[in-house]
Every structure is written in C-alpha cells, then in structure tokens.
Write a protein that binds this ligand. Structure first.
Ligand code: NAP
Length: 280
C-alpha cells in the first residue's frame, strides 16, 4: 500500500480506503449481505486498505455495525472514519450522534469524524464547537467535512480554536471533475486531504462500452496491462492531496482495486485521460 499525509497532521493514511455505502444492505439488512460485507472488508484490510469510511446514515447505522464486526480485534491498526448526518449538526445532537457511532463501531475513538453535508439551518460555528469538544475529550482524533465548498471549509476552520479541518470528502472521478476548478488548488495550498468518493463513478467506469472517450481508457488499460478501474483509481491518486474510497462487496473487485497502487501512469497516459475526460 502507499500512504499520504492526512492534512497537516503528519499522520499517514493509506491512499486507498474502503467505502461502505450499501455494505450490509441499505434498508433491510440480512445475514447474507452482512457476511459478504464483512468478508470484503477483511480482505481489503489484509491487502493494506486499512482505512474504512462509513456514516451513521448508511443502512441507518447498520453499516457501522458491519464495519465493527469486520474490524473486530484489529481496531488499533485501522484508520476508522465516520460521519455525522446533516440533520444532527446542532451541538447536543453532534455529541449524541458521536456516542451512538462509537457504540455501533465498538470503539473508544474515531480517527476521523466528518460532517456529512453542510446544513444552512444550523450555524456552522455551533457544529464545529461540538466537534472540537469531542476532539478535546479524545473521542475524535481528527475533524473532517464532506461536500463542503471552499467558502464553507474556510468558515468551519475559523470556528475552530485549537484544531484544524484535515479533510473534505467529495465526489471525484474521471467523469466528475468539477472539484478541479477550485477545491483541488485550495486543498494543495491549505494542505487539506481530499477523500474522493464514488471514484469509480458508481461502477460506471468498468461497465462502459468501448466507444468515444471510453476508448481512451480502454487503450490505456491495455497498454498498462491494468483494468479500467485500476487505471481510473491510479489517475485519481496522481493528485498529491487525493486519496480514494471505492466501495465493493465483491472479493475479486477488492483484489482488483488494491492493484491500483504500486505503479504509476506515465505523463503521456495521464494527459490522454485528462484530455478525453476533460471537465467541460
Ligand atoms: P464507487 O466506489 O465509485 O462505485 C461502487 C460501485 O462500483 C459498486 O456498484 C461496486 O459494485 C462497483 N465496483 C467496485 N469496484 C469495482 C471493480 N473493480 N470493478 C467493477 N465494479 C466495481 O461509488 P460509491 O459507492 O458511490 O462511492 C464509494 C464510497 O464513497 C461509498 O461507499 C461511501 O463510503 C462514500 N460516499 C460518500 C458520499 C458522501 O456524501 N460523503 C457519497 C457517496 C459515496 P460491487 O460491490 O459489486 O463490486
């Protein structure tokens, strides 16, 4: 596995993590789904993807329980990230949500606690004060946000007295590049980690027929002897502040995704992809 520094913390995190939306089922959990999710997470951990992203809203908390079962006695060697939902951003609600996530994840601390989405009805300063309180108590090691704009991150940072916002989790893939306009330059200047969600365009990357711009991805995959998903993830990770959290419950896909690191696209290959999937 390869690692990048989380924000300005000096903490090293794997560049590939494990997304968990839908792990253990979305609404109706059943033991077969849980078992599949647990196996996929354990294999991912074995292959070095020792960074798991979940959220209190995934499966109404059930994904966190599945993650806890998969991690079990490996807790201290896994970087565990979860999120507080947008409707729980009032001070007391943040504290309550955190306690519930700690309980479901069966842990005393979260490595990264993220605001899932901004909520304009609740003052951001109130939410940040609650997150800082959790950091002071040692329940949260690092504070992050998700789906925040540059302006919102700046506002969040201003409300913190001792800690920093270390990451922003946002959609980023070959087909969704809008964060390149201002978020990527901001993250590089301010040293904020970008956690790329839906990095395989929700599975679209591997499903596309070979035509138009997808031909370029197909050709680069053939030249590099990698799969399209591996090329798409490797392309994302070329950006210095970006790490990615593909989701899969399929063991072959876990192995495939872990093979996205340990090699690098050439400058020419990167530029061909940049051009074919240009942000318009
Ligand atoms: P994604 O990771 O881009 O794609 C997941 C889909 O791709 C699944 O259908 C998966 O199916 C398939 N897949 C995975 N690896 C594959 C491979 N090697 N070959 C072919 N298909 C493959 O999309 P995502 O789940 O939306 O995003 C990833 C994670 O980001 C989520 O799980 C969640 O943790 C996070 N997320 C966060 C937010 C937010 O608002 N912060 C929003 C969306 C997602 P199989 O399971 O069958 O492999």
């Amino acid at each position: 596995m390869e690692f990048k520094t989380l924000g300005t913390t000096g903490v090293q995190i794997p560049v590939l993590g494990l997304g968990t939306w839908g792990i253990g089922g979305l609404m109706n959990s059943n033991s077969e789904n849980d078992e599949m999710g647990i196996k996929a997470i354990r294999l991912g951990l074995d292959l070095g993807m020792r960074f798991i992203d979940t959220a209190e809203m995934y499966g109404r908390g059930h994904s966190e329980e599945v993650v806890a079962e998969a991690v079990n006695d490996q807790r201290d060697s896994v970087f565990l990230a979860t999120k507080v939902s947008a409707e729980h951003l009032a001070y007391d609600d943040v504290l309550r949500s955190c306690e519930a996530s700690l309980r479901r994840l069966r842990t005393k601390y979260l490595d990264l606690y993220q605001i899932h989405w901004p909520n304009s009805r609740i003052p951001l300063s109130e939410t940040m004060k609650a997150l800082e309180q959790l950091a002071n108590e040692g329940k949260v090691r690092h504070i992050g946000v998700s789906n925040f704009s540059v302006r919102q991150i700046t506002e969040a940072q201003e409300a913190l007295s001792k800690t920093r916002v270390v990451s922003n989790q946002v959609e980023y893939s070959l087909t969704e590049r809008s964060i390149e306009r201002d978020m990527i330059p901001f993250s590089e200047k301010e040293k904020i980690t970008i956690i790329a969600y839906s990095p395989l365009a929700r599975g679209q990357i591997s499903r596309q027929a070979y035509r138009d711009r997808w031909n370029v991805l197909h050709e680069v995959a053939a030249i590099t002897h990698k799969t399209q998903s591996q090329v798409a993830l490797n392309w994302l990770l070329l950006k210095p502040t970006v790490v990615a959290i593909p989701k899969t419950s399929n063991l072959d896909h876990v192995r495939e995704n872990s093979g996205s690191v340990g090699w690098s696209l050439s400058t020419e290959q990167k530029e061909r992809l940049d051009e074919a999937f240009r942000y318009r």
